[in-house]
Design a protein around this ligand. Structure first.
Ligand SMILES: [Zn+2]
Length: 329
């Protein structure tokens, strides 16, 4: 509307710019409720805002208040960040949230610069709004002695969205033994979600075993593969299924022509969840008629094998002589 008037009278461009600067200056000087609305409208033109439901509009745009003890974040204490429902700007961290008993989410501090404090139209309270989009959040109170910071941001749940802190950045491990470890590694090293693999020896009773000792059956160790994977990209079950499909789990004395205790089919589970998953898959295979010989053993120290065994087929080319993938599930 204003633009239309200005264009119609054809005011020189430089004067228009000056006028706009002046208007902007006035807004930062006179922070009352109606100016904060203008400021919001101006900002809305340049940022992407989330569409709001009727209830959200009532609070965020029209400065309404949700009924106490009804908001989804009143008694919510997960680790993460509360962001603006309308524009996604981070507003509060969960470590500043506290239980005030007032019926609305309470914080004793905001993320620096995220919240504007404005004298409320009611003449005595202080309104808080999102510094980015101007959306109404609630009110801030001081001097209540509720926390060390002596401040309570009383925020409508509906003005915010909670973003949980990523806790699953950790990688997980799995250990499989299914015959010559070169072939097992060949199939796992490029599988989805696998970060790295290494071949080695495990399940025995000596330290730092060598290939020669293991082959001479002097150590009790088995040739195995340790897989490091990203649980956000794959699951233990997916990896265990792959394991059963790249070797013959029904062979009880080794794998293919590799006969001997160091070539047995074993899943070395790291925790009970892995064990249960493996048991379930073995049951599925048994139900399909496979006489599964795979053993389940608790994982123990994994001794990496000599360098020349690592990524054997990748380094030397060729394909495994006794492993190939066969669909079984
Ligand atoms: Zn906002």
């Amino acid at each position: 509307m204003e633009n239309y008037v200005w264009t119609a009278v054809k005011v020189p461009r430089a004067f228009l710019m000056l006028l706009m600067v002046f208007v902007g200056f006035n807004q930062t000087q006179c922070q009352n409720t109606s100016n904060s609305n203008n400021s919001k409208n101006i900002k809305e033109n340049t940022m992407k805002l989330n569409p709001l439901s009727k209830e959200e509009q009532y609070v965020i745009l029209n400065k309404g208040t949700e009924r106490p003890f009804t908001g989804e974040y009143t008694d919510h204490f997960k680790k993460g960040t509360y962001v603006c429902r309308q524009c996604n700007a981070p507003l509060y961290r969960s470590d500043s949230k506290f239980h005030s008993g007032c019926g609305w989410p309470s914080f004793d501090d905001e993320i620096k610069g995220a919240v504007n404090k404005i004298p409320d139209a009611d003449g005595h309270r202080t309104e808080i709004t999102c510094a980015r989009c101007g959306g109404h959040l609630g009110h801030v109170f001081y001097g209540e002695q509720l926390t060390e910071k002596n401040t309570r941001h009383c925020v409508n749940s509906i003005s915010m969205k909670f973003v949980e802190e990523e806790t699953t950045n950790e990688l997980a491990k799995a250990v499989f033994a299914g015959g010559c470890f070169w072939g097992v590694e060949y199939y796992f090293q490029n599988a989805k979600g696998v970060i790295s693999t290494q071949v080695g020896y495990t399940g025995g009773f000596t330290e730092n075993p060598t290939y020669k000792e293991v082959c001479a059956h002097k150590t009790g160790h088995i040739e195995a593969l340790e897989v490091t994977y990203d649980p956000k990209k794959t699951t233990y079950e997916e990896l265990a299924r792959l394991f059963f499909e790249i070797h013959d789990p029904t062979q009880a004395n080794g794998q293919g022509n590799d006969i001997g205790p160091q070539y047995l089919s074993v899943i070395f589970y790291i925790d009970d969840t892995q064990k249960e998953t493996a048991e379930q898959l073995i049951q599925v295979l048994k139900d399909k008629g496979y006489n599964v010989a795979t053993q389940l053993k608790k994982a123990s120290v994994f001794w990496p094998a000599e360098d020349y065994h690592q990524q054997y087929y990748e380094k030397g080319g060729g394909t495994p002589y006794c492993h190939k993938r066969v669909s079984k599930f």
